[in-house]
Design a protein around this ligand. Structure first.
Ligand code: RBF
Ligand code: MG
Length: 174
């Protein structure tokens, strides 16, 4: 699997609540992920009334090609509000089909940091810098886990060149 960081035209700044995903992250795959709330329910007139952050997330989810991305992220509640490196996926999780299939595109962040607490319901912020690889369907769960682990290592290393985003005003504004 080839990986290269292709920077977005400009970084995407996303903020919203951490919601429950499929619960596969920690239990089945061995790493915790945070799903960002996407207001798919808001259509037509409702959409124009969303707060700007929620609208940006919805726009991003609709327009951004599925794939794995490198980002910086912060969980903005609780005792640990540091800005950490993130490997994130945008997409349909094609590895899981049939009964396990997701009905809508998801934005799922694997924050490369050990938290002491769970962060469901917390406000999360992401500054997405670039595309890493396309989403794929693998031959086995082991292979998916292995590739996600490599995404983590890749993002960890690439993001070291972009440390200035730790100070991005988006992480400290409300
Ligand atoms: N799901 C896929 O079906 N194919 C992938 O290539 C894939 N890559 C991922 C890479 C990262 C860094 C992360 C955080 C998730 C990825 N996923 C992928 C989503 C994965 O299937 C999902 O996190 C679990 O199903 C838990 O919801
Ligand atoms: Mg999860």
């Amino acid at each position: 699997m080839e990986r290269s960081l292709k920077l977005l035209e400009s970084p995407a700044r996303l903020g919203g609540q951490v919601v429950h995903g499929f619960g596969r992250g920690s239990s089945q795959l061995g790493f915790p992920t945070a799903n960002l709330e996407i207001r798919w329910d808001a259509t037509g007139e409702e959409r124009t009334k969303l707060d700007p952050l929620a609208r940006d997330v919805l726009d991003f989810a609709e327009k951004t090609p599925c794939g794995i991305y490198a980002a910086w992220g912060r969980v903005c509640d609780g005792p640990d509000q540091g800005v950490y490196k993130v490997a994130m996926s945008v997409g349909w999780n094609p590895h899981f089909e049939g009964e396990d299939a997701v009905k809508n595109k998801t934005i799922e962040a694997w924050i490369l940091h050990d938290y002491d607490d769970t962060f469901y319901g917390a406000h999360m912020r992401l500054v997405v810098l670039g595309h890493v690889r396309d989403e794929a369907k693998f031959n086995s769960l082991e292979q998916l886990i292995d590739e996600i682990g490599k995404d983590g290592k890749f993002c960890e290393s690439e993001l070291s060149q972009y440390r200035e985003y730790i100070e991005d005003p988006f992480f400290s504004s409300s």
